[in-house]
Design a binder for this molecule. Structure first.
Ligand SMILES: NC(=O)c1ccc[n+]([C@@H]2O[C@H](COP(=O)([O-])OP(=O)(O)OC[C@H]3O[C@@H](n4cnc5c(N)ncnc54)[C@H](OP(=O)(O)O)[C@@H]3O)[C@@H](O)[C@H]2O)c1
Length: 220
């Protein structure tokens, strides 16, 4: 697939590297210092090219990975996202202080900012450093990447992509009920915690049933 990455920083850069490693091509875009995009493209050889956000937005799969405050500008530069499957990696940390989501999850809030896209949220629960270390583990020790979205087909495409990168994808369901995968880190949430597939099913069940999730697992 051709992956468009809007914001190739810590998280977006990881995804670019991992996607290229998995055999995908990437268009990397949206920087205040375009030379950094060229440097990453050079690092990734011919499989990644710098481009404009609109070019990244035309890819098969679009990854939006910018600071919360830069989301409106990134979406404006991306242009129409009609029918595009988008992975939103953002968390609602603003330089301007607490963010008022109007009682919605951050995923619902952002999905409403791109209503023509096939919105999903993923890659947001674990630090960039941990994701870089943990990608491509084998078997049972693979790390879960939670996926939220209201379009099951789009979530399935994202799950396949995420699996190819070396993680265990787990679909947590609709954006309305994905608060457990959103900031801040706190008891009763998966945000900020390592999970493996064996422990993910009980979380999905609890979220579906509207119950608290089981205690956070600990791994050696
Ligand atoms: N870092 C983590 O551990 C982590 C983990 C999970 C989720 N997240 C979330 O994922 C999103 C991306 O995080 P990140 O850590 O990858 O951020 P980052 O390293 O700062 O990357 C952001 C990217 O956006 C680009 N950008 C373009 N215009 C910008 C502008 N006006 N202001 C700021 N950046 C601009 C930056 O490029 P230039 O700097 O070259 O302009 C950079 O490549 C955030 O919403 C964050 O909350 C982060």
């Amino acid at each position: 697939m051709r992956i468009g990455i809007i914001g190739a920083g810590h998280i977006g850069g990881n995804v670019a590297r991992q996607a290229v490693r998995a055999g995908h091509d990437a268009v990397i875009a949206f920087s205040r210092e375009p030379a950094t995009l060229s440097a990453l493209a050079d690092e990734l050889g011919g499989r990644a090219v710098p481009g404009a956000p609109a070019q990244a937005a035309a890819a098969d799969l679009v990854v939006l990975s910018v600071p919360w405050d830069a989301v409106p500008e990134a979406l404006e530069q991306a242009g129409p996202l009609d029918g595009r499957t988008v992975i939103d990696t953002t968390n609602q940390f603003s330089r301007r202080g607490p963010v008022d989501l109007g009682g919605r999850t951050a995923a619902q809030f952002n999905a409403a900012r791109m209503p023509v896209a096939r919105y999903t949220k993923c890659f947001n629960t674990l630090t960039a450093r941990f994701q870089a270390e943990a990608a491509a583990r084998d078997g049972e020790s693979r790390v879960v990447q939670w996926i939220a979205g209201d379009d099951p087909e789009a979530s399935a495409v994202v799950a396949e992509f995420v699996a190819g990168l070396g993680y265990a994808p787990v679909d947590l369901g609709p954006t309305a009920t994905c608060a457990v995968m959103e900031a801040p880190r706190r008891p009763g949430a998966v945000y900020g915690e390592e999970y493996r597939r064996a422990d993910a099913g009980a979380v999905v069940e609890a979220v579906r049933a509207g119950r608290p999730i089981p205690p956070t697992p600990r791994y050696e």
